[in-house]
Design a protein around this ligand. Structure first.
Ligand code: PLP
Length: 426
């Protein structure tokens, strides 16, 4: 009998090895990873150079505590990463996972206001739907009913006001004015930050607002002295076809949150990039960010991140994400003509969404679970997708989030579409 605490009542199959976008289980069955785990394994698996960089780091300097030392790998990587993301003057704060990173961003935003004598700014506005993490703070910040319901009331709900879902078909700037109304109603002097996923992931399958939305969000944040935090844990690092998704709206947030694709699953690595102004305010105030995790900036994780960045750059995988994303989106549009339960297909780069529902009503079926059923069928056929039913506005629910590795070949993309086609049948 297994001693593993599985995530569900059915024991998970045991994966034994992986290569590129494929995994094999203990029975020898092969799976095409159409969701890179949970949009993590962005460069595919089995890259010897990443493993070697990690081994080298472990041999040279296995651990330092962030309160005592920095390390050469962290110094070098932070500079390269800020250059790759085109964030000059920004400072990188490394942690081990996306939830730690969003919590870090929230705490940094609150400390920033304290340093400026505005400690009354304690609220962080987020959106519904959204997903910012599983820890209690980041879950409280999230607008995703399905993941929150067993834990409510979450911490001080008053601190996490929620803005509604952006409408991709509206005028973006007008749509974003809802943020002004919310800040005004709460009292700007109580608002520390606005945090959003530039392209929504787990809770709403690659939903992106219309042109003009984030431009206005940035203006409003500046007008009210509110920090703009972009949670790019899923959408960043080339996933959406640009190093940062939010740049597709031409804006630069005060704090950017990164995770997942940063070390592409080779090691736990996430972090935040903070603007020069935020960094300076904290350092010239208390003199330290009053926050820290034991494993933050772990040299082996950082070395993995540096090697992954090398692969991304050398193989032009950000551009590749756009190319293969276009191919897949065209294929998904074709599937939509043959599978009426597909209501909408959308996405940017290789962050793609398939919205499912009742074709007659144009909304989710009364009994949710279609996405889970399709996900299970796909798994049986050897295709991994990321089913969800997060959007809790009563209209949209079931969806598949798709996000294969950015290194996917055209042939593999066609195999992906064929398997998805078969998964959607009957
Ligand atoms: N933020 C976003 C946008 C995410 O998609 C996720 C995870 O899916 C997180 C934060 C939390 O990251 P982690 O699961 O690494 O803690």
């Amino acid at each position: 009998m297994s001693s593993v605490f599985y995530r569900s009542s059915l024991p998970s199959p045991v994966a034994v090895r992986a290569e590129g976008p494929y995994l094999w289980d203990a029975a020898g069955k092969r799976y095409l990873d159409g969701s890179s785990g949970a949009l993590v394994a962005n460069i595919g698996q089995g890259r010897a150079e990443v493993a070697e960089a990690m081994a080298q780091a472990a041999r040279t300097l296995a651990f330092v505590h962030g309160s005592q030392f920095s390390s050469p790998v962290l110094e070098e990587y932070s500079a390269r990463l800020m250059m790759f993301l085109d964030l000059p003057g920004y400072r990188f704060w490394a942690v081990s996972g996306g939830s730690e990173a969003t919590e870090s961003a929230i705490k940094l935003a609150r400390q920033y206001h304290h340093e400026r004598g505005e400690g009354g700014r304690y609220r962080v506005i987020t959106r519904r739907p959204s997903y910012h993490g599983a820890s209690l703070g980041s879950l409280a910040a999230s607008g995703m009913g399905a993941r929150r319901e067993l834990y409510t009331p979450l911490m001080n709900e008053d601190a996490w006001p929620k803005l509604g879902r952006p409408d991709p078909h509206a005028d973006g700037a007008t749509d974003a004015e809802a943020l002004r109304a919310l800040i005004e109603s709460l009292g700007p002097e109580t608002v520390a930050a606005f945090m959003a996923e530039p392209v929504v992931g787990a809770s709403d399958a690659a939903l992106a607002p219309a042109a003009g939305y984030y431009e206005r969000v940035q203006e409003l944040c500046r007008e009210y002295g509110v920090l703009f935090i972009a949670d790019e844990v899923m959408s960043g690092m080339g996933r959406c076809g640009t190093p940062l998704a939010v740049r597709q709206w031409g804006v630069t947030p005060d704090i950017v949150v990164l995770g997942k694709g940063l070390a592409a699953g080779y090691a736990p690595l996430a972090g935040i990039a903070a603007s020069a102004e935020v960094y300076r305010t904290v350092m010239e105030g208390s003199g330290a960010f009053k926050h820290g995790f034991t494993y933050a900036g772990h040299p082996v994780s950082v070395a993995a991140g540096a090697a992954v960045l090398g692969v991304l750059e050398r193989e032009g995988l950000v551009d590749r994400s756009r190319e293969v994303g276009t191919r897949l989106l065209e294929g998904l549009s074709e599937l939509k003509t043959r599978h009426p339960q597909i209501l909408e297909v959308r996405g940017r780069g290789l962050m793609l969404g398939v919205v499912l529902g009742d074709p007659e009503k144009g909304m989710s079926f009364q009994t949710p679970g279609l996405a889970t059923r399709i996900g299970k069928k796909a798994f049986g056929l050897g295709l991994i997708v990321y089913p969800g039913s997060g959007a809790d506005d009563g209209v949209r629910g079931d969806h598949l989030l798709l996000g294969p590795p950015l290194s996917l070949t055209d042939l593999q993309a066609d195999e992906f579409l064929g398997l998805l086609d078969a998964s959607l049948a009957d």
